[in-house]
Design a protein around this ligand. Structure first.
Ligand code: NAP
Ligand code: ZN
Ligand code: ZN
Length: 368
C-alpha cells in the first residue's frame, strides 16, 4: 500500500501520477548533472505542514560550496541539484502551529533545514554537528524522503525551527550571504575569542574572507588579510583590515612569523598549512573553514613547537546564526555584493573559480 505523505509526489500502482494537494510548483535553476551548466527548470515544494513556513525567496547568494557540490568535488551529489544556502526572503504562508513567524516577516535560511533535534549537539544549539547529520538545504534527503532543493528558486518550505529573522535594518540582498559566509566566519571568530588585544589574520579575501574581515574588525580585533596578491589591498583596508600582505611574497612569512593569536583560513584550494602555522604565536590557533577538494599534507612539527592548535569549524547553529544577524544589524554589517540575474549564474561560477569575486554574487530570484 502506498503511504500518502503530505507534499510528496506519489506514483500509484497503475502508473497513475497525482499530486498531494497543497504542493507548489516553482521555477528554479538547477544543474541537471555533475559539472553541467545550470539551467531553468521547475521543482515541487511540499505542502506547508503545521510547523512550516512558505518563504518567497528574494535573493540567494552563491557560495563556493555550491560549485564544489555541482562539480562533485566532495564526492557524489544528488541531481538535478538546485544549489543555494544563502536565502533571504519574506514569509508568505505559515502552518497552523507556527509561533515564531507571521506572513510578511523578513527571514533567512542557511545551510541546514533540519536535524535530529535530540542528540547532545542539537540540544545545545549546535545542530550543524548533529550526530545523525543535519539535513542540508540542498543536495540532501529531507525527513519526507525527498531530495532537498536550495535557494536558486522562487519559494521554499522550511520548518520554522530552521528559519531565522533578518533584522529590519539589513537590506535583504546584502543579508543573504550572511546565512553562510557570515555565520561560518562569525562562529570561529567568537569561539576563539577574536576581540580587543587579539591579532587575527584572515586568509583569502573572497565571500567568506571579506565577511571575516568585517566581523573580526567589529569584534575589536587587529585584523590582517593574507591574500594571494596585493590586488585587493585597497578593498581589504576599506572592509576594516589594519594590514594586508601577499602570501605569494616569501617576505610575508619572514616578517609575520610568530605574530597571530588566531588565523582563519577561508581558502577553497589546498594551502601550505605549515607556512600558515609558522605565523602563529605560542598557543595560537589556525582554524580552517575552507573545504578544498583535495587533501593537504602537513609536517606535524608545525604544531608541536609553540603548542599550536590546528582546528576546523562548520557553519554555526540556528541560535548562533540569529545572534550573528543581530550583531550585523547592530554594527551595520552586510556583504559586499554583485547582484546578478539568474541567467548569469554560470558566468558567476567561472568568476568565483578564478578568484574574481567582489565579494559575493547574489541572485535576484525575480529573474528566475
Ligand atoms: P571564494 O569566494 O571563492 O573565496 C575563496 C578565496 O580563497 C578566494 O577569493 C581567494 O582569495 C582564495 N583562493 C582561491 N584559490 C586559492 C589558491 N589556489 N591559493 C590560495 N588562495 C586561494 O569562496 P567562499 O565562498 O568564500 O568559500 C571558501 C571555502 O570555504 C570553500 O572551499 C567553501 O566550500 C568553504 N566553505 C566552508 C564552510 C564551512 O562550514 N566550513 C562554509 C562555507 C564555505 P584571494 O584572492 O584573496 O587569495
Ligand atoms: Zn556556503
Ligand atoms: Zn542531532
Amino acid at each position: 500500500m502506498l503511504e500518502k505523505v503530505p507534499g510528496r509526489k506519489v506514483t500509484g500502482p497503475a502508473s497513475t501520477d497525482w499530486e498531494i494537494p497543497g504542493m507548489t510548483t516553482v521555477a528554479a535553476y538547477a544543474a541537471p548533472a555533475a559539472k553541467a551548466p545550470l539551467e531553468r527548470t521547475t521543482i515541487e515544494r511540499r505542502a506547508v505542514g503545521p510547523h512550516d513556513v512558505l518563504i518567497d525567496i528574494k535573493y540567494a547568494g552563491i557560495c563556493h560550496s555550491d560549485i564544489h557540490q555541482v562539480n562533485e568535488g566532495w564526492g557524489e551529489s544528488i541531481f538535478p541539484m538546485v544549489p543555494g544556502h544563502e536565502i533571504a526572503g519574506v514569509v508568505s504562508e505559515v502552518g497552523a502551529e507556527v509561533t515564531k513567524f507571521k506572513v510578511g516577516d523578513r527571514v533567512g535560511v542557511g545551510c541546514m533545514v533540519d536535524s535530529c533535534r535530540e542528540c547532545e549537539y542539537c540540544l545545545r544549539g549546535e545542530e550543524q554537528y548533529c550526530v545523525k547529520g543535519n539535513i542540508p538545504t540542498y543536495n540532501g534527503i529531507g525527513k519526507d524522503g525527498q531530495p532537498t532543493y536550495g535557494g536558486y528558486s522562487e519559494k521554499v518550505v522550511v520548518d520554522e525551527a530552521f528559519v531565522v529573522r533578518i533584522p529590519d535594518s539589513l537590506p535583504l540582498d546584502v543579508a543573504a550571504p550572511l546565512l553562510c559566509a557570515g555565520i561560518t566566519t562569525y562562529s570561529p571568530l567568537k569561539h576563539w575569542n577574536a576581540g580587543p588585544g587579539k591579532k587575527v589574520a584572515i586568509v583569502g579575501l573572497g565571500g567568506l574572507g571579506h565577511m571575516a574581515v568585517k566581523l573580526a574588525h567589529a569584534m575589536g580585533a587587529e585584523v590582517t588579510v593574507l591574500s594571494q596578491s596585493l590586488r585587493k589591498k585597497d578593498d581589504g583596508l576599506k572592509l576594516g583590515a589594519d594590514h594586508y600582505h601577499a602570501t605569494s611574497d616569501p617576505k610575508t612569512f619572514e616578517e609575520l612569523a610568530g605574530t597571530f593569536d588566531l588565523i582563519v583560513s577561508t581558502v577553497s584550494a589546498p594551502m601550505d598549512f605549515g607556512a600558515l602555522l609558522s605565523l602563529l604565536r605560542v598557543d595560537g590557533a589556525l582554524v580552517n573553514v575552507g573545504a578544498p577538494e583535495e587533501p593537504v599534507s602537513l609536517n606535524l612539527f608545525s604544531v608541536i613547537g609553540g603548542r599550536k592548535t590546528l582546528a576546523g569549524s562548520a557553519i554555526g547553529g540556528i541560535a548562533e546564526t540569529q545572534e550573528m544577524l543581530d550583531f550585523c544589524a547592530e554594527h551595520n554589517i552586510g556583504a559586499e555584493i554583485e547582484l546578478i540575474r539568474a541567467d548569469q549564474i554560470n558566468e558567476a561560477y567561472d568568476r568565483v573559480l578564478a578568484s574574481d569575486v567582489r565579494y559575493r554574487f547574489v541572485i535576484d530570484t525575480s529573474t528566475i
